[in-house]
Ligand binder design. Structure first.
Ligand code: SAH
Ligand code: MG
Length: 213
């Protein structure tokens, strides 16, 4: 299994975000495998770049680009008064969440800006104009069924055969967390177009083997 260099792990640990280290290492290993296809790696849900920098480092090593999509206004559960709110990412000028500055600082600190294309906007809108085949689709955006199913419908058709669909926050037991990412994962498995590879924690890895519905 490929492991990031110590300075990349340090940048990951220093970045704000919602991914524990063991899942980050599994994401990185998946990205290194997927990058061998020579196609871009796509992330939905940039936040402050904690997971993005792992995709970026794998992309850098393979000479491909990491693409990351986020409107940077935060998910439902990150809004003021909700469980995952962080007042430090509120823009004092607008009073709205804005994670774009923190994201840029994360990538700059890791020296990986040149390997990332950041799309600022809603995932379905980005998917609607996207045309290139992808080596990896990492879904870690909105956790409602509406968002998760739009992410699946928008991005999975672009995933090349042999490419990896990686889903974060998959909790089969509702007591552990919301069910939308789990349902997305089940939908991929039931489509018949994926074979499951070993996962870690709530991170699931599926390899595209054929057409998915
Ligand atoms: N991958 C990050 C965490 C992402 S948190 C990490 O590991 O640290 C989820 C992000 O998805 C939030 O930043 C939120 O703004 C974004 N998001 C939610 N719904 C979205 C949508 N429909 N389009 C684009 N971004 C969305
Ligand atoms: Mg997540």
């Amino acid at each position: 299994m490929s492991i990031p260099a110590p300075e990349i792990i340090a940048a990951f640990e220093a970045a704000k975000g919602f991914m524990p280290r063991h899942e980050g290492l599994a994401l990185y290993a998946a990205a290194v495998r997927a990058a061998r296809l020579g196609l871009p790696l796509l992330e939905v849900g940039t936040y402050c770049g904690r997971s993005t920098l792992l995709l970026a480092d794998a992309a850098r090593a393979a000479g491909v680009t990491a693409v990351t999509v986020d409107h940077h206004r935060g998910s439902e559960e990150q809004q003021p008064g909700w469980e995952y709110h962080d007042p430090e990412v509120v823009d004092p000028h607008t009073g709205r969440i804005d994670t774009l500055p923190a994201f840029r600082r994360t990538l700059h600190a890791a020296g990986l800006e040149d390997h990332v294309l950041a799309l600022v906007g809603r995932s379905p809108q980005a998917a609607a104009v996207w045309r290139a085949p992808l080596g990896l689709v990492f879904v870690d955006g909105g956790h409602t069924d509406e968002h998760a199913s739009a992410d699946y419908a928008g991005w999975v058709p672009h995933l090349a055969e042999g490419g990896l669909l990686v889903v974060h926050d998959v909790f089969p037991d509702p007591a552990d967390g919301g069910q939308a990412p789990y349902r997305l994962y089940l939908r991929a498995l039931e489509s018949g177009g994926f074979a499951e590879e070993p996962g870690t924690g709530s991170l699931r890895v599926l390899r595209r083997t054929g057409p998915a519905s």
